[in-house]
Write a protein that binds this ligand. Structure first.
Ligand SMILES: [Zn+2]
Length: 946
């Protein structure tokens, strides 16, 4: 369904060769700022500066240059560039503060700070100023990581900005100061050398009700829904609180007609009490809104392409993050003196994309982004403008990857910093780095290069040929180091380093090289390394009260479960194994790879049930002793590590859901300084999506959608976490580039050591920082969702006759006449369960996005069910149709089942034996050798995906 306004914005952006329009009136702060203050206290009368202090780099004076309501104002200036690094190399030079002192005042009667700020910084395209509250009570603010009480105001240059921040979450019983700081980030050539802010009208205020900032339950009178909309075939729900009315209505926003009137579903669980509005049966495309009692939502579409606009916005984010390029209105050519060295060679390593609100870049993000662009391009190949633009942006990052490799395994792994630079080689702001030769990154690069080679085969044949060669070389450099986990203290603590990810990246890259070159060596190697992936998986039922299985450990020793905090690669084993299943369908190990996918995705289904009704993918299983068992490894993986983290870790783990034997499932990661779970949620969404495609699993497809929904607004705070998409998106920490349509922040965090959501208005890094890592995952996932299910075939026995497709959820009937000459047909249908009827034959099909299904003459149905008696598994099989079907069986953890042929109407009982009752088993039933028509039989708990 087209959105004329967005289409106009896209045209205006010249299909994003200029930044996309960002609707600033949709900012959540716009809503908050209009909440009236019922009490207000002036904090400063601007008569003298006795209560003020300034850091050495800050200048402070009372000024009449910019008056506010006839009064003098505070003028605060700092340099915008220094001649040396005062704190850490290549990061923000310094943050000089001015402080307004207070006599340890009790501010608990107030819950908002408001003030006026006017920046006067010619040449700066974006400016921000940060506020820090200082509390010296039992709960000191700021905290150890400088997050609490810290808020960045995003400002308009050359005008008075009225800004405010709600502080109900901040300890303020003994307030000693309000500090204002400027991050010295360098400046572009055309910008001034001095920052300048005028401050006025600083107030403490009380509002009757602040916005929700913690917990799972929706705020009274709010309905949480997906601001991007819902696909017609999707499970469609919205969430409201326990006090909601009994009935809800779905209204066609154009005609005002009530389309559906239905009872809400009450539910109660560990997350609290909720009412669920389920309108899944409505599949007609259109614009809708929900009404429940007095509450009315904004409008949202039901349409097949609801994820497409956010894909365009993600392209916009990457375009605006381009480095070494003039992005109109965002920045000029940048970072011309970022230099990477290797022996006696050096390369100017700007280009590619900045990877966050700062201006750094690393190969992990770039390689994964390039992969996501080309993967999404394949998924969107029917949509020519989108396909072409995805390739164009993917090639921009690819260029950087190729340009910064030295050809001997060494390449630029990270470059840039958090400042604008002068471009002068030899200047004090030159940013130097050393090339590295690291296995995971070379595998990731090889995967992106091989996938790009495939997509560019016809579009850019010389580059495609070159990419095949470098993909093989890079893969080889990495393969030599398969037995070493490469981790040094100098590396980013959040860097991926564990063997399971090294192996997954190796399989993925080898699989793509084989797919594009046909070189059998890489197929053999992919199979060989896949064995290591399988060896890292939990494949038995553990001796726990809740015996979850199918998750991965860091390595084959299976001592420590693989976790992620704020960056995640949860989908990578399934992404790699599903590629193997696709390219090597005849391989004898196929069923083992497939079973690993089943186990991991079934784990996700069960685990996600513990965050109902959101079905946000939980973070991980942790053991309470884990940090103590290998304290060095644990602390190496944390930013700003300190020994107190070991006890905090244990407390965090115990706030998760007890599984038994000291194991707990945490909904949010254990984490300290770096917090925010969008990267995790969307990575698990990809796990579900890759699983849905290879397994043809509708439930997994829905679970994948729930993760996108979380990002764009169906979360406890009802805020979209992507700027410009959905509703109520809040300011992000976007220090250098400024706000960009499509940017996703790091994400919702949990409250201290608890395991429930925490989302204060305070805007700071990292949780509200714009980071491209979640966007890379989002692009990969939304690209998979924004596809149709296609049913086609040639029913030539009776051409020109009607074929019926009945959607079993909506009872909606689609009827087409096949081609009068060939019997050919092609249907695009929403995902879901269908019954097809033609010439007295019936066939049930479960359709998932992105898959194609073929119906042939004489199509038939079959059914397979199972029951177990001790170690004996009894499979019941039946067939319909007009001719016999030969069934073969691929099994894991079972004694082999011989093929059987059933005539139409015939049934059979087949017995086999479970080899190891401590492990799950799997049967894949294959009719007439057609793997695409397979059916799975497996034990295990099912979780309702609503
Ligand atoms: Zn740059």
């Amino acid at each position: 369904m087209t959105n004329p306004l967005f289409d106009k914005h896209l045209q205006d952006s010249k299909m994003i060769h200029q930044p996309l329009f960002l609707a600033e009136d949709e900012y959540y702060e716009h809503v908050l700022g209009t909440t009236p203050a019922i009490e207000s206290r002036v904090l400063e009368t601007f008569e003298n500066l006795e209560a003020w202090e300034a850091d050495p780099l800050a200048n402070l004076l009372l000024s009449d240059e910019q008056m506010w309501e006839g009064n003098r104002t505070i003028k605060f200036t700092t340099p915008t560039r220094l001649e040396k690094w005062t704190e850490s190399y290549a990061r923000i030079y310094a943050t000089p503060y001015i402080s307004r002192k207070f006599e340890k005042e009790d501010w608990t009667a107030y819950n908002r700070i408001s003030l006026r700020i006017r920046p006067e910084m010619p040449g700066f395209k974006f400016v921000s100023l940060h506020l820090q509250l200082v509390n010296e009570g039992t709960d000191p603010v700021p905290d150890r990581y400088n997050r609490e009480g810290c808020h960045h105001f995003n400002l308009k240059n050359h005008e008075w900005n009225h800004v405010s921040v709600e502080i109900p979450n901040v300890a303020r019983d003994r307030v000693a100061a309000l500090k204002f700081g400027y991050d010295i980030i360098g400046h572009e050539m055309e910008a001034v050398k001095e920052s300048c802010f005028y401050l006025s009208d600083i107030r403490l205020e009380r509002v009757e009700k602040t916005a929700k900032w913690s917990g799972w339950e929706p705020e009274a009178g709010s309905i949480l829904f997906c601001g991007s909309g819902y696909q017609p075939g999707a499970v469609k729900t919205a969430i409201t609180g326990e006090s909601a009315a009994d009935l809800f209505k779905l209204v066609d926003a154009k005609s005002g007609r009530i389309v559906l009137k239905k009872s809400v579903i009450r539910m109660e669980n560990e997350q609290g009490k909720f009412s669920l509005l389920d309108f899944s049966e409505v599949q007609t495309e259109g614009s809708y809104l929900l009404i429940c009692g007095e509450t009315v939502t904004r409008t949202f579409p039901i349409a097949e392409d609801v994820w497409e606009n956010s894909i365009w916005k993600t392209i916009n984010l990457f375009f605006c993050e381009r480095c070494g390029f003039e992005v109109p209105g965002i920045h000029k050519y940048c970072h011309g003196n970022v230099v990477d060295h290797h022996g006696d060679k050096s390369v100017v390593a700007n280009g590619g994309w900045h990877d966050a609100a700062d201006m750094s870049q690393n190969l992990t993000n770039t390689a994964e982004a390039v992969y996501a662009f080309f993967y999404a391009a394949i998924a969107q190949k029917e949509n020519v403008p989108l396909f072409e633009r995805l390739i164009e942006e993917g090639k921009w990052g690819l260029d950087w990857m190729l340009r910064t490799r030295f050809g001997d395994g060494y390449r630029t792994m990270g470059s840039g910093g958090s400042v604008w630079t002068s471009h002068l080689i030899g200047d004090c702001d030159q940013l130097d780095s050393q090339a590295q030769n690291l296995a995971i990154e070379n595998f990731m690069a090889a995967a992106a290069e091989a996938l790009a080679a495939e997509v560019l085969e016809d579009i850019d044949p010389p580059q495609s040929r070159y990419l095949r060669q470098v993909a093989k070389e890079d893969w080889g450099f990495a393969y030599e180091k398969l037995d070493f986990e490469e981790y040094t203290e100098a590396m980013d603590p959040a860097r991926v380093s564990s063997p399971i990810l090294l192996y997954s990246a190796g399989v993925l890259a080898a699989g793509h090289i084989y797919a594009v070159t046909g070189d059998e060596y890489y197929a053999e190697k992919a199979v060989e390394i896949a064995e290591r992936v399988l060896a890292c998986q939990q494949t038995e039922y553990p001796d726990w009260d809740i015996p979850l299985t199918g998750f991965y450990y860091r390595d084959e020793k299976k001592e420590q479960i693989q976790h992620y905090n704020h960056r995640s690669h949860e989908h990578e084993p399934v992404m790699a194994l599903s590629l193997l299943c696709r390219i090597l369908p005849e391989h004898p190990d196929w069923i083992r790879w497939y079973h690993a996918i089943v186990l991991h995705t079934e784990y996700l289904k069960t685990a996600a049930g513990y965050t109902a009704p959101y079905l946000m993918a939980p973070a991980s299983i942790y053991h309470e002793d884990e940090a103590d068992q290998d304290a060095e490894l644990f602390l190496n993986q944390q930013a700003f590590a300190h020994s107190g983290m070991l006890a905090e870790y244990r407390e965090q783990v115990r706030n998760g859901m007890a599984l038994g034997q000291g194991y707990y499932l945490r909904r949010f990661p254990t984490w300290f300084s770096y917090r925010g779970n969008n990267g995790l949620v969307v990575a698990s969404g990809n796990l579900a999506a890759f699983g849905a495609e290879v397994r043809n699993d509708y439930e997994l497809l829905q679970l994948a959608q729930r993760q996108l929904e979380w990002v764009v607004g169906k979360n406890p705070f009802g805020q979209s976490l992507m700027l410009g998409e959905g509703y109520n998106y809040a300011q992000q920490y976007v220090c250098l580039p400024g706000p960009l349509s499509g940017s996703i922040c790091v994400g919702i965090q949990s409250y201290r050591n608890e395991d429930y959501p925490y989302w204060p208005q305070s805007n700071n890094a990292v949780y509200r920082e714009m980071w491209i890592h979640p966007s890379i995952r989002y692009l990969l996932l939304a690209g998979q969702m924004n596809r149709k299910a296609i049913v086609y075939g040639w029913l030539s026995d009776a051409p020109g006759t009607p074929l019926e497709a009945e959607n079993l959820a909506s009872r909606r009937l689609t009827v087409i006449n096949t081609d009068p000459h060939t019997g050919g047909f092609r249907l695009e249908l929403p995902s879901g369960e269908y019954r097809f009827k033609w010439q007295g034959l019936t066939r049930k099909l479960r359709l998932v996005n992105g898959r194609e299904y073929r119906l042939d003459n004489g199509f038939a149905d079959y059914a397979a069910t199972w029951r177990a008696e001790g170690d004996t598994l009894i499979i019941s099989l039946s067939a319909s149709g007009t001719k016999p079907i030969e069934f073969t069986f691929l099994t894991d953890n079972l004694v082999e089942i011989k093929p059987v042929t059933l005539a139409p109407g015939e049934t059979a009982l087949l017995n086999t034996v479970i080899r190891n009752s401590l492990r799950p088993w799997l049967v894949v039933v294959v009719p007439d050798g057609r793997l695409e028509d397979k059916q799975e039989l497996y034990p295990g708990e099912k979780v309702n995906s609503k």
